[in-house]
Design a protein. Structure first.
Length: 93
């Protein structure tokens, strides 16, 4: 896959959660396994600055992950889990 071509970009924003407070190094498989506690996630990734995203197939799983995993401990870090909100672009301003 080329840079910026992740399945997360094609996933409806209502089916994604934002994750903050992630450690510097971890595997996407470990992150995905952590989020499977709330439902079967379809994609998990981390980005710069300790942020990442996790995708699900239903809004119920998204809600479960925000409810169950916000404040949970992942690899020794307390993480934040919240609704995905698209970054505003210059065109939105």
């Amino acid at each position: 896959m080329g840079k910026g071509k992740t399945p997360a970009k094609k996933t409806d924003n209502a089916l994604k959660v934002w994750v903050g407070g992630l450690p510097q190094k971890f595997s996407f498989k470990a992150l995905q396994a952590h989020f499977h506690q709330a439902g079967k996630s379809t994609w998990a990734e981390g980005g710069k600055g300790g942020n990442g995203s996790v995708c699900y197939t239903t809004e119920a799983e998204v809600y479960n992950s925000m409810t169950l995993l916000n404040g949970s401990v992942f690899k020794g870090h307390i993480i934040q889990v919240d609704q995905w909100v698209k970054k505003p672009t210059k065109a939105d301003s």
